[in-house]
Design a protein around this ligand. Structure first.
Ligand code: DAT
Ligand code: MG
Length: 136
């Protein structure tokens, strides 16, 4: 097992709906621990950097509008296999394909508004942690 760090974002509707504690707790119960956490209203420039790989895709503009619509909570979480472990708890990208026991499957209804982000690889995690916490 590898100890990893992953970047978790509770997206704006998750914060607005009061699901921050629930989402963090679900990932904690799987075995991860919070090492850094803060609230950020992500602006357009930061969103473009975070989602650079999706530029030009049909869902890119709605995705940027969504992620910039209000306060997000950004956390670094750490533990054994943190990256894949958090994504198992989150469920697949489309909440309608996610099992009800997952965060997305249980609490979200649309692929655009899928509540939570988790890094997808060690390289993404390092890039995203530097992007959101590099100046702290
Ligand atoms: P994930 O967030 O599961 O890593 P991703 O990196 O492929 O998924 O996409 C980033 C976000 O973009 C995703 O959380 C929601 C949105 N998205 C992806 N595919 C989409 C689609 N087919 N339609 C609408 N939004 C989509
Ligand atoms: Mg992704």
């Amino acid at each position: 097992m590898a100890v990893e760090q992953t970047l978790i974002i509770i997206k704006p509707d998750g914060v607005a709906r009061g699901l921050v504690g629930e989402i963090i707790a679900r990932i904690e119960r799987k075995g991860q621990r919070v090492t850094k956490i803060k609230g950020v209203h992500i602006d357009r420039a930061l969103a473009e950097k975070h989602y650079a790989e999706h530029r030009g895709k049909p869902f890119y503009e709605p995705l940027l509008e969504y992620i910039t619509e209000g306060l997000s909570v950004i956390a670094v979480m750490e533990g054994d296999n943190a990256i894949e472990s958090a994504r198992v708890i989150m469920g697949p990208t489309d909440p309608l394909e996610a099992t009800p026991g997952s965060i997305r499957g249980g609490y979200a209804t649309s692929v655009t508004r899928n509540l939570v982000h988790g890094s997808d690889s060690p390289e993404s995690a390092a890039r995203e942690i530097a992007l959101f916490f590099g100046d702290d």
